[in-house]
Ligand binder design. Structure first.
Ligand code: ADP
Length: 229
């Protein structure tokens, strides 16, 4: 388990361009940043600035054109495709604006399944899922399918599902962006409590400056580079 304050994700000189009609679009020009264990870092910037591209690159869903991505001490650029996938599966958790829970399964099953896919025995996976749901105030909702949960409850399930396999890094892309301001604040506090109580670091893209201000640091993506605000 990573110790708090230790770098769990480092991007160094990351570049990423997209080919478009009429030329290339340089979305990330030279991005360098670090997220430490126990830390919550906000990523802000206008729509189209490249936040999702940065998160996908940091989360090993996309490869950079240049530069390095180091997660939990492993330089992803030096890994085979299979090793990269394994590092992503074991070390990174993702939360999106929409919960993406499996609609046919209960909250408990949604948090149990990723653990079983990772090889955890069913009983143990269910116990951990129940503990995680209890920890975010959803013990009484464990048997409900996503459609029977409120938006805030759905996001709380999505957050603990992302943490079920004990990732070192949590990547969240507008995790409260689909919620009303009050619920967004509540869900953010739940997430913050989990970071404070755990040993993982979180990189959280948000448009909500009030929420960004409640994190440990704010990074702004501007003209393809990251600046500390
Ligand atoms: P943000 O998350 O800050 O809104 P994105 O990372 O989604 O920004 O997008 C940054 C820019 O890159 C946008 O102009 C977008 O249109 C472009 N872009 C994103 N993904 C692709 C892609 N797969 N192919 C081409 N252009 C893309």
């Amino acid at each position: 388990m990573a110790e708090r304050g230790i770098a769990i994700m480092t991007l160094e000189g990351v570049m990423r361009s997209y080919r478009q009609a009429g030329g290339t679009l340089d979305v990330l020009r030279r991005v360098s940043l670090t997220v430490n264990a126990g830390e919550m870092v906000a990523l802000v910037g206008p729509s189209g600035a490249g936040k999702s591209t940065l998160l996908h690159t940091a989360g090993l869903l996309e490869r950079p054109d240049a530069g390095s991505v180091v997660i939990d001490g492993q330089d992803a650029g030096r890994l085979s495709d299979g090793e990269r996938t394994e590092l992503r599966r074991t070390a990174v958790g993702f939360v999106y604006q929409f919960h993406h829970l499996l609609p046919e399964f209960s909250a408990l099953e949604n948090v149990t399944l990723p653990q079983m896919i990772a090889g955890v025995p069913k009983r143990q996976a269910r116990e951990r899922a129940m503990e995680l749901l209890e920890g975010v105030g959803l013990a009484g909702r464990a048997s409900h399918r996503p459609a029977r949960l409120s938006g805030g409850e759905q996001q709380r399930v999505a957050i603990v599902r992302a943490l079920a396999n004990r990732p070192k890094l949590l990547i969240a892309d507008e995790p409260t962006g689909n919620l009303d301001p009050h619920t967004a604040g509540e869900v953010f506090e739940v997430l913050k409590g989990l970071v404070r109580g755990g040993s993982f670091g979180a990189l959280v893209a948000t448009h909500n400056l009030e929420i960004a201000n409640r994190m440990d640091r704010i990074l702004e993506l501007r003209d393809g580079a990251v600046v500390q605000r």
